[in-house]
Design a protein around this ligand. Structure first.
Ligand code: KG4
Ligand code: ZN
Length: 339
């Protein structure tokens, strides 16, 4: 069973080939056009997908050493995501399936993230607890068996990655902010500034808009040193301390809730997925917190952390081997839920 997966829900144009459950290729083209705006501009994302999609799909087929006619199913992200961006991948995938006379399958982007740890070199089994942390989502999901899962809680406002991106923008650090903050935080003091942790009681819901506002108010009270007047040292130190302190507050909440959920559900395998799962501090703190109870933390290789076609092709493969396919009338579903 050979599945072509296409992912265009946000700002990565990606295509991949999965053959009998194994990733044969995974091509990701990140759109840098958004950098100067400090966030994804939906209209520009759609236009970039349109420009890139054919070459990305061709490259995925070439790297997998297969021709178009060898595709058994075309799997495409149908939601959640940006409507215009989703439409590009969906229209392309449907047209390709139609032209080839092959089945078409719409895939929930969040299911892609949920199972992305099964794509790596050492996949874990079922059941497991999943923390999905990306630019658009923060959620804890208890996964009992394939496609049998319960969403335990999600963010009420900003996603964790969104908070990283917005705080980086406030500090004038560029986009996407997550990797930049992660890098700078290594040189900073995580206890430099005590930012609030929004635990919202003992439940599994998250909120990251408060910490973003706390950073904003802190900057109003304590403006950044002017490198032209005071030299680069104080400016660099202040920025690094703010990055480390902000990151620590976010990581504290993510780790505490994930470990509590794993204990409550009796899960020993914890899978972290989504762009923020690349965060080095989150990985280290999660492993340190999980180890005493004998829990194992799984994080995908970098190309499966970010948005990618391989996770879509993999879910497409899981679903199509179970006999599923979608109607050609399936629309883009920008607000599609995981349930
Ligand atoms: O999963 P993803 O590629 O796209 C979405 O579905 O949103 O996640 C992108 C998000 C961005 O907010 C980016 O800043 C964040 O993941 N990110 C990180 C790191 N690498 C990417 N956040 C914290 N630390 C990182 N190392
Ligand atoms: Zn994503």
């Amino acid at each position: 069973m050979t599945v072509l997966g296409i992912e265009t829900s946000c700002d990565e144009t990606s295509a991949a080939v999965v053959i009998d459950g194994r990733v044969a290729s995974n091509v990701i083209s990140s759109q840098y056009v958004h950098q100067k705006y400090g966030g994804v501009v939906p209209e520009l994302a759609s236009r970039a997908h349109l420009r890139l999609i054919i070459q990305v799909v061709e490259e995925a087929l070439t790297r997998a050493s297969i021709g178009r006619t060898e595709i058994d199913t075309v799997a495409v992200t149908c939601g959640p995501g940006l409507a215009g961006a989703l439409l590009v991948g969906l229209s392309f995938g449907k047209a390709l399936a139609y032209g080839l006379g092959k089945p078409f399958l719409g895939v929930n982007h969040m299911e892609g993230h949920l199972y992305s740890n099964l794509l790596g070199p050492a996949p874990h089994g079922f059941p497991f607890l999943s923390l999905i942390v990306s630019g658009g989502h923060t959620m804890l999901v208890d996964v009992e068996a394939p496609f049998r899962h319960t969403v335990l809680g999600q963010t009420r406002d900003d996603a964790a990655g969104e908070a990283f991106d917005k705080v980086a923008k406030m500090l004038g650090l560029g986009y996407p902010g997550g990797p930049i903050i992660d890098h700078r935080a290594r040189e900073g003091d995580p206890n430099g500034v005590r930012f609030p942790r929004a635990f919202l009681g003992d439940g599994y819901e998250f909120s990251f808009s408060g910490i973003k506002t706390a950073v904003l108010y802190h900057l109003r009270r304590h403006p950044l040193p002017d490198p032209a007047r005071e030299g680069g040292g104080p400016y660099e130190r202040t920025i690094n301390d703010l990055c480390a302190s902000f990151q620590e507050a976010v990581v504290d909440v993510l780790v505490t809730k994930t470990i509590a959920a794993a204990a409550a559900c009796g899960r020993f395998d914890i899978a972290i997925a989504g762009g923020v799962s690349a965060n080095t501090r989150l990985r280290r703190r999660m492993e340190e917190a999980a180890a005493p109870a004998g829990r194992r933390v799984h994080t995908p290789p970098p190309d499966y952390c970010m948005d990618n076609g391989a996770m879509i092709a993999y879910v497409g493969w899981m679903r199509s081997t179970a006999g599923e396919l979608s109607s050609m009338e399936l629309p883009a579903l920008p607000n599609l839920e995981l349930q």
